[in-house]
Design a protein around this ligand. Structure first.
Ligand code: HEC
Length: 150
């Protein structure tokens, strides 16, 4: 008897849930984005890519503007990673030998700032970190997806 009661309660809550969903209560994407909206999203992304490009190439004015010091050795990211080569953003998160832990792309950006560059590491959600990430991702667009490798 008790079991039947429980089953009934589950059926009722499920039906309520489905009813709410059908009424449009839980839908994430109702209408497709318009071409204008998509362009606006891409413009915001490209704006960040350009800031990241400047940071990646050691542009002093951009660094100053964002209050960062990405390198104290005079080496910019691009000197070791031309066109963001060897940054493999699509492989993260993965176990990273250098830091001996399961790491994100942002962890590795900070590793390079701290170790080879002897600079000041960035907050994970800082504007400079997001811009560097945008530049690295944009530069690697179209690369073969092959996550989990080193
Ligand atoms: C002096 C050379 C040097 C500079 C300058 C440098 N890096 Fe690196 N970077 C390396 C080396 C070496 C590795 C480790 C390569 C590996 O994992 O095999 C690396 C790895 C990375 C990786 C991870 C790649 C992977 O898949 O393991 C990222 C991301 C990265 N660097 C970003 C940056 C950024 C951003 C900067 C500038 C703030 C920067 N690097 C500056 C040498 C450099």
């Amino acid at each position: 008897m008790k079991k039947n009661g429980t089953t009934l309660a589950i059926v009722i809550s499920l039906s309520l849930g489905i009813g709410l969903f059908a009424a449009g209560g839980a839908s994430a994407h109702k209408a497709k984005h318009t071409p204008e909206q998509l362009k606006a999203f891409e413009d915001v992304f490209m704006e960040q890519v350009m800031i990241g490009d400047l940071l990646f190439h050691g542009d002093a004015a951009t660094e100053k503007q964002l209050g960062t010091k990405l390198s104290k050795t005079g080496m910019a990211c691009a000197m070791c990673h031309p066109f963001a080569s060897d940054t493999h953003p699509y492989e993260f998160p993965k176990f990273q030998e250098q830091i001996n832990k399961f790491s994100t792309l942002r962890d590795m950006i900070n590793w390079c700032i701290e170790k080879p560059n002897e600079g000041e590491i960035l907050e994970a959600d800082s504007d400079a970190m997001k811009a560097l990430e945008a530049y690295i991702l944009w530069s690697n667009r179209g690369s073969k997806l092959d996550p989990g490798r080193h």
